[in-house]
Design a protein around this ligand. Sequence first.
Ligand code: ZN
Length: 230
Amino acid sequence: MFGPSELMHRCLRGRGRGGVARSLVIFASWLSLTLCVSAFVLWIRSYFHQDDLMQVFWLEQRGEERTYYVSSWFGEFSVATHFVKVPPADWRRFVESAGTSPGLYNFGQPINADERREIPMSLAQRFGFPYRFGVSRRVAAALGGVGRVEIQRAWAPLWLFTLMFAILPSSRLIGRLRLKRRSRHGLCPTCGYDLRGSPNACPECGIKRDTSQTAVKKPGQSRRTWRSRS
Ligand SMILES: [Zn+2]
């Protein structure tokens, strides 16, 4: 058995800088795929459940309540801060009227049918189209008329995250499929030119076959057996 650092060392040994870069791209595209699927699931879920991950801090000495949260709701993902400034004399009254306590909350509140009907949205808006994203900052009276609350909120549609995280894995998949199709048909992996008549180099783009490395494939070596002329 060996630890994580030894494992990493074994993975990187025998690979050049290109091998390490390739490993990073593979890792990034799997991570991106995971995030893509998660964003998609959250997008669909957000029409049925509201999820908030929030942390409330009560700083009594400074007369402040600070809340940080991320939420998903009706196709939107948002990050927000909620700062309440309370005069020291009113702190006790504020705490009593707040109805919350400091800590971490993770809600999965169901959005009921009535609530859904009440939201004045077109069908397109209900599914996050046309998208809505931006940043808002407002100041209002805090709970129980005590203190002032400053709210900052940034939001973006969840489908946008789904799409964004799909770019890397799908482009890699398309690249792999194209390479596979070209090698099966005896075409140049770079430009797709028919190479059946010219086995050593591509007359179209100049890429040449690295014959010294095609016979014996060393472990960890790139799957590509083609090298550009440069
Ligand atoms: Zn070519």
